[in-house]
Design a protein around this ligand. Structure first.
Ligand SMILES: Cc1ncc(COP(=O)(O)O)c(C=O)c1O
Length: 445
């Protein structure tokens, strides 16, 4: 057994099964930029960015230095009782960079999941209404509230239900496949029909507190919406006094080329959640929203002892500064455009590439066995992933068959070229049957 195998064996004795989706035997030693090094000394190009929590790259100096400076001052004092400057500076900054032309407030948490739970509390309290609507295929997190909003995997439902009451799910306005097995996307009106029927028959619209969206459905398969859907949805929300909330935990903070992915659409959500890359990967999440909603509840309605940890706050401030100083928002757009010049051609060059989609460096490559019917090919996607791993590139598949291309925004053009070469070799080998021997048993979502 080499060191990695030993570690992984030891891990299996102590770390419980539900905490990891099986992929590769990769035991990390360290990282820099978009490079990962395992404990054997092998280097990899990271196209996963730790599930988009490393947008500014691995161990960037400005962030590590900010962390080190803060730990020498004080590691924590709970915002539940006292004040500290890193919290105030970060809350102010988040109000500045978040979309919305209204007066804002911020609440902090430790994970994307708890931020989305906060949305449920705030929306129910402010509107005095019980129901929450989100989308089929959504992933909003692993706590009961965020899980109740999610609808992506039976393994996230089985054996520990029931979920919270009052949650409903509607079809995501997928711009590639349509509803109920349609190969073509539906129209905005067709996608809105299940919601309207819900309002007519079994969920009174004036009892709905909030509709929660992911602008690009991340773990659901990097799905983009049909044009005009979110705008029509917001109009419907306004008509019925329903709040619109956006989960920007995966798509925010530069991933799609802007601070918030909301700016790609003509909508103004009332509430928005950030997490993942916010503090460069330290545990931290934030809800940003209209001040009258955010200030509605009385304390201690939504607080966490280790929330707004000053080390995380300083890491977040350094992360945001790094995005500004290195213009990583433009970099995301430009690098996204660069890879798409090549990837978009794969749709006509390779039988297995059904669709390439996304914004900035949030890209999904939809692997299919039959292009006309858009038949998902999860096995092929996993074989491609394994080939990439064997050739020094880390990429995973979401929704079974969609390659998730979300590297750190600091990835170099040289690394992008290498990664594209490796993925393209995998596509070629897949089609000539050379990947047939990969054993993908038990891997993936
Ligand atoms: C869109 C979205 N929301 C929420 C979450 C949950 O975040 P966390 O794992 O930090 O709780 C995730 C995580 O993958 C996500 O992609």
């Amino acid at each position: 057994m080499n060191k990695s195998e030993q570690l992984i064996h030891e891990d299996s004795k102590y770390f419980a099964k539900p905490g990891r989706i099986k992929y590769y035997p990769l035991a990390i030693s360290h990282g820099y930029g978009a490079t990962l090094v395992d404990i054997e000394g092998n280097t990899y190009i990271d196209l996963l960015a730790s599930a988009s929590s490393q947008n500014v790259g691995h161990a960037p100096k400005p962030v590590t230095e900010a962390i080190k400076a803060q730990v020498d001052e004080f590691i924590h004092y709970t915002p539940a009782y006292m004040y500290h400057e890193p919290l105030v500076k970060l809350a102010k900054k988040l109000c500045e960079i978040s979309p919305g032309s209204y007066d804002k407030r911020v609440l902090f948490g430790l994970s994307g999941s708890d931020a989305n739970d906060g949305i449920v509390k705030l929306a129910r309290a402010y509107t005095g209404r019980p129901y929450i609507i989100s989308f089929v295929n959504a992933y909003h997190g692993s706590t009961y509230g965020s899980l109740s909003m999610s609808a992506i995997s039976l393994n996230m439902r089985k054996h520990y239900g029931p979920m919270l009451p009052g949650f409903y799910h509607i079809p995501f306005p997928d711009n590639y496949r349509g509803m109920f097995g349609n190969t073509q996307p539906n129209s905005v009106d067709e996608y809105l029909a299940p919601l309207k029927e819900m309002f007519e028959k079994y969920v009174p619209a004036d009892e709905v507190a909030c509709i929660m969206i992911e602008t690009i459905q991340g773990d659901g398969g990097l799905l983009e919406p049909v044009d005009g859907y979110f705008e029509a949805l917001q109009a419907l929300c306004k008509e019925h006094g329903i709040l619109l909330a956006v989960d920007d935990i995966q798509q925010g903070l530069g991933r799609t080329g802007s601070w918030s992915s909301v700016t790609h659409y003509n909508i103004e959500p009332d509430l928005i959640t950030f997490g993942k890359s916010l503090a460069g990967g330290l545990p931290m999440s934030a809800i940003v929203g209209r001040s009258e909603i955010m200030d509605y509840l009385e304390p201690p309605a939504h607080l966490f002892t280790t929330g707004a940890n000053p080390v995380s706050c300083e890491a977040a401030l350094a992360t945001i500064s790094m995005i500004e100083d290195q213009d990583l928002l433009s970099a995301s757009t430009e690098k996204g455009d660069y890879v798409r010049q090549r990837m978009d051609q794969w749709e006509s060059q390779y039988q297995s590439v059904g669709d390439v989609r996304g914004k900035g460096l949030s890209i999904g490559i939809d692997i299919v066995s039959d292009k006309q019917n858009k038949t998902r090919d999860a096995d092929a996607a996993l074989k491609i992933c394994n080939y990439c791993f064997d050739n020094g590139v880390i990429i995973i598949a979401v929704a079974g068959n969609v390659l998730r291309f979300q590297p750190p925004l600091v990835i170099t053009y040289e690394q992008l070229d290498t990664a594209l070469d490796v993925i393209e070799n995998a596509l070629r080998d897949l089609e000539s049957g050379k990947l047939d021997n990969y054993n993908i048993d038990g891997q993936g979502w």
